[in-house]
Design a protein around this ligand. Sequence first.
Ligand SMILES: Cc1cc2nc3c(=O)[nH]c(=O)nc-3n(C[C@H](O)[C@H](O)[C@H](O)COP(=O)(O)O)c2cc1C
Length: 325
Amino acid sequence: MKTRITELFGIQHPIIQGGMHFVGLAELAAAVSNAGGLGLITGLTQRTPELLANEIRRCREMTDKPFGVNLTFLPTVSSPDYPGYIKAIIDGGVKAVETAGNNPQKWMPMLHEAGIKVIHKCTSVRHALKAEAIGCDAVSVDGFECGGHPGEDDVPNFILLPRAAEELKIPFVASGGMADGRSLVAALALGAEGMNMGTRFIATKEAPVHEKVKQAIVAASELDTRLVMRPLRNTERVLRNAAVDRLLAKEQALGAALKFDDIIEEVAGVYPRIMQQGDMEAGAWSCGMVAGLIHDIPSVKELIDRIMLDADGIIRQRLTGFLTA
Ligand SMILES: Cc1cc2nc3c(=O)[nH]c(=O)nc-3n(C[C@H](O)[C@H](O)[C@H](O)COP(=O)(O)O)c2cc1C
């Protein structure tokens, strides 16, 4: 397939692996890039710019294909060393950056001067248009279904993607709820030029996370996610577990008076315990409704090859088969 996204990033298939905290390490990014997609190292999972530089080096040892780095701009007061992370990305010769969270405008000149293509992740048409206006090369449009932070508008992809297509000039990928060849063809039909997957890539052989995390995704249905932190306007879609039930009970009890400190036990610093140690009740971790469509743990290459083969079959046989002339 050739789309504006494959052309922009110099990749074979229009499939991107979204940044994922404590999942997007060099092993997964390299596996996705080797299979013809765009793999992304998650910048902030590396505690310092030096560690990110090292992770970029490790990834380059594992693939000679293009890969990128996710940089999430957090809404916190004491911000991470973003200039240092960006220097590590530029010095590491990375040519694709997925930005997310706060507006990346301040960093655009530095990134573009280094020849880096920027894809910004947005959950609304107005944010996507803003990203276009500040010079982003593409956007990743994350619908309400998505694992992680779906924003506060709650617009699912069946509406959000065609709305994005109506307004945007730059290319975009569909993100949230994407799992297979059907997702890719649907995304293309709705106006996207590719798709971004998070949760689906966790349940792969190469994802460097505890086996229990992969099994939890396979076992989960589309009914098993919950939205947390809505009262803080920092909504996150997570897999339901005992910690999430406790968190939701606190949200209900405290109502508008809820503060981050009240739920710190359920959300702060839980990722290493879950992803590395497999302590599945340690806290709230992002997971998409798409878990309901995930039934196996293939290698990344098996997954991507299957997606492309199925997409080809759907387009050439199922869809053209409906045409009467
Ligand atoms: C475990 C997990 C961690 C994530 N961490 C991040 C992150 O650190 N930064 C970010 O921009 N997006 C993050 N995301 C969002 C993904 O990049 C992607 O947008 C989302 O998973 C797409 O929805 P899907 O899970 O339905 O495919 C995370 C998602 C998951 C499932």
